[in-house]
Design a protein around this ligand. Structure first.
Ligand code: AMP
Length: 186
């Protein structure tokens, strides 16, 4: 039997997902090619291929929670948590969570930001999968993985639909946790 970590995208699945993502040049500023996943979400076949792949990969990981990064990580993360029958925890931009939080500052591909999580979001030693749509410099995901550890939980893996490998964010994040990006963009 295949281990979850051996389950990778087939070339057919890859092209269905890749073709459903739209590139927007110079958004939100010049020089950035923005990977627009709204077209993927609006394509029921591509969205189902993606979610089914994530389910097949992670169903044997014995996860307790999926932690999604604000905001596009919520879409995939919440859907996957429901499929896997585990909890979902939002890691939010500063100032959005109502209870006591811990926070981390980070540098983004286009700016500086801060994210936070409720201090009691995970039960002790929980097994957590971190998820977002895309990893670029890795600043956001590194901060998110640190937050998960600070709460006393374990970040088992960080998963991204897209990984921009030329920015080396994946390498940096691998110092903290396993990383799986479905589609790597060079
Ligand atoms: P980073 O912290 O540099 O890895 O940036 C990752 C975060 O910024 C993710 O939450 C992405 O949604 C967003 N992001 C960064 N670069 C892009 C891009 N080129 N296209 C779409 N989203 C991006």
């Amino acid at each position: 039997m295949k281990k979850g970590s051996d389950i990778k995208l087939s070339s057919v699945e890859r092209s269905i997902i890749e073709n459903a993502i739209r590139d927007i040049k110079d958004f939100p500023k010049e020089g950035i090619i923005f990977k627009d996943i709204t077209t993927l979400l609006g394509d029921k076949e591509a969205y189902a291929v993606l979610m089914n792949h994530l389910y097949q990969r992670y169903k044997e990981y014995n996860l307790d929670y999926i932690a999604g990064i604000d905001a596009r990580g919520f879409i995939f993360g919440a859907a996957l948590a429901q499929m896997l029958h585990v909890g979902f925890v939002p890691i939010r931009k500063k100032g959005k969570l109502p209870y006591t939080t811990i926070s981390e500052k980070y540098v983004l591909e286009y700016g500086v930001d801060e994210i936070e999580v409720h201090i009691d979001a995970f039960k002790p030693n929980a097994r957590v999968l971190l998820i977002d749509d895309l990893i670029a410099t890795g600043g956001t995901a590194n901060a998110a993985a640190k937050l998960i550890k600070q709460t006393g939980a374990e970040c088992i893996e960080a998963c991204f639909v897209l990984g921009l490998t030329f920015l080396e964010g994946i390498k940096k994040l691998q110092e903290q946790t396993d990383v799986y990006s479905l589609i790597e963009v060079n």
